[in-house]
Ligand binder design. Structure first.
Ligand code: NAD
Length: 522
């Protein structure tokens, strides 16, 4: 059976007529029967059909990855880096195909997919170039008492990392998880979202295409629903890097607790932006408009809440109304954003907006009429009670709440008053760093929004319900490694505290050393 698909696939095996992805017999048990269709959220056009992998399939893919991992680890930093750079070059050459696929799958404009790809490429390159510096064996000072020992620290690969990805950044999240795990010497098994499996599978296959000499199982993928993700959590992998919602994050952590598998959780957010009295209001409105409505607000980091100081409230509201009203929504690539990817999310947005309006909020732009599934036109709500879902819960749609505060202190207090803590931003000409320091979030941007996410040297992750653990930066590489401490005795110092018999002099000598070393204050 033949057909055209991503990566130039032309031949499908019998029984998999509709799969438009690479088929890997080794990844499927003979009895894998179920499939699911992936469709465009607005047109309903079928993008592909994918297997629902069973626990047995998952176990097989993990076993293959484990068998291949040592080959990858043994290559060492330089060779791994070479192969990771080959991967970036392959991806760059196929960027048009990737943008078209991401657009077909999620309905987001090709420019947004391109943005994701660019960020993913930056991550792969950074991880490849910095892994040796961060993880290589190094000597540490053993302390005066053990000066006869050499002490070394090294960060070793964990083995197999399971990466579970959401649908909203279908290319970026897989690339990012794979980049740090692979650079640290691990094999990877990816479980993409059931709503974005085409791009996720493509991400894995692209590595194989760029590195045909690598053992086939080094990077693997499994597709399906929550059960497939659960199977990956309990398959004996050495780490689960999960990106997704808070409720699923809880389930992942519970499942991983059974095998004591460590987890990295990148969860939701309710990012706040503070607009201080001395803010550049044009810059603030431009950034809030982009951060709030980019990708129809379906972004973990973005702008869901704005706290504007009352002295500049009217000027800010006038500017934001003007900007947001100009946004265009639709399928055309020139549009600012496209459809909602998940039908269920539209109900969440409707509930949040309806409750806020019922409780006395004002719709500055749009309102309930803006919800025309699968599209939601921009909605800006002002003066929303702080205990409304639109302020406390992740809306994950093109809705921005703007509340007025008397001063920056009140803004900080409210910004910190949700259970989330992913990103935040502040606009202030003179006090940005001081305000940023007081915000409880994994990252804060001053006089712009979200830019720290695009700097691979900076750690990315959240606090509170936004999760824990980090992608990116030195921390992101260490996340996929285990620290190994080694000591080597170089010579004997006579008084050996770790040997019998205990001599009579030992106690008074150690007493003297102890007092000399620790009795002074400061
Ligand atoms: P989700 O939690 O519904 O699903 C995420 C992934 O988990 C999917 O692949 C899904 O199949 C899988 N899954 C479902 N049940 C599972 C289970 N029991 N065990 C293991 N895996 C399971 O999230 P989503 O709707 O795909 O993504 C949107 C959410 O992701 C939002 O909350 C968003 O804020 C968050 N997100 C966070 C970040 C970040 O970096 N912090 C980035 C992107 C998205």
């Amino acid at each position: 059976m033949t057909g055209a698909g991503p990566l130039g696939l032309q031949t499908y095996p019998a029984g998999w007529r509709n799969c438009n992805v690479f088929y890997m017999t080794a990844q499927l048990s003979p009895d894998t029967a179920d499939t699911f269709d992936l469709t465009h959220p607005a047109t309903g056009a079928r993008v592909g059909t994918y297997p629902v992998h069973t626990a047995a399939d998952v176990a097989r893919v993990v076993a293959q990855a484990r068998a291949a991992q040592q080959w990858w680890a043994d290559l060492g930093y330089v060779e791994r880096r070479r192969r990771l750079m080959r991967w970036t070059s392959w991806l760059a050459k196929h960027s048009d195909e990737i943008c078209a696929l991401g657009n077909a799958e999620t309905g987001k404009p090709k420019g947004d997919v391109q943005f994701e790809l660019l960020a993913g490429l930056e991550d792969i390159r950074w991880a490849a170039k910095n892994a040796e510096r961060v993880l290589q064996r190094r000597r540490v000072f053993p302390g005066a008492a053990l000066a006869n020992f050499e002490a070394t620290l090294e960060y070793l690969p964990l083995g197999v990392a399971g990466v579970i990805a959401p649908w909203n950044f279908p290319m970026y999240t897989p690339l990012c998880g794979m980049a740090y795990a692979l650079a640290a010497g691990n094999a990877v098994v990816l479980k993409p979202s059931e709503f974005s499996s085409a791009t996720g599978v493509y991400a894995v296959e692209s590595f194989r295409r760029a590195n045909p000499d690598a053992p086939a199982g080094l990077v693997g993928w499994v597709t399906g629903f929550g059960e497939t993700g659960h199977a990956l959590c309990t398959a004996g992998v050495d780490k689960i890097a999960f990106t997704g919602s808070v409720p699923t994050g809880r389930k992942v952590m519970a499942a991983c607790s059974q095998t004591l598998t460590p987890v990295l959780l990148e969860l939701g957010g309710k990012d706040a932006t503070i607009v201080a009295e001395d803010a550049d209001l044009d810059a603030a409105t431009a950034s809030v408009t982009w951060g709030g409505f980019w990708h129809a607000g379906q972004a973990c980091v973005g702008v869901e809440r704005v706290y504007v100081v009352e002295a500049v409230r009217e000027a800010f509201l006038a500017r934001i109304t003007e900007r947001v009203s100009r946004l265009t929504v639709g399928l055309d690539d020139s549009c600012d954003y496209g459809p909602m990817t998940l039908p269920g999310q539209i109900d969440v947005v409707r509930r949040h907006v309806a409750e806020a309006l019922d409780r006395g909020a004002t719709a500055l732009v749009g309102g309930l009429d803006s919800i025309k599934a699968p599209y939601i036109h921009p909605i800006v709500l002002v003066d929303v009670p702080e205990d409304c879902a639109a302020v406390q819960e992740e809306t994950f749609g093109p809705v921005v709440v703007i509340n007025t505060v008397r001063d920056v202190d009140a803004a900080v207090e409210r910004a910190n008053a949700t259970s989330f803590g992913l990103a935040s931003s502040v606009f202030s000409a003179d006090h940005g760093p001081q305000i940023a320091d007081r915000l409880r979030a994994g990252g804060t941007t001053i006089n712009s929004v979200m830019t720290f996410v695009g700097i691979p040297a900076l750690p990315f992750g959240g606090v509170g319900d936004s999760g824990f653990g980090r992608f990116h930066g030195d921390d992101g590489l260490r996340e996929f490694s285990r620290p190994k401490a080694t000591t080597r005795k170089k010579f004997s110092m006579g008084q050996d505290m770790q040997a019998f018999p205990r001599t009579k002099q030992q106690y008074p000598i150690v007493r003297r050393v102890l007092r000399l070393k620790f009795s002074r204050r400061g």
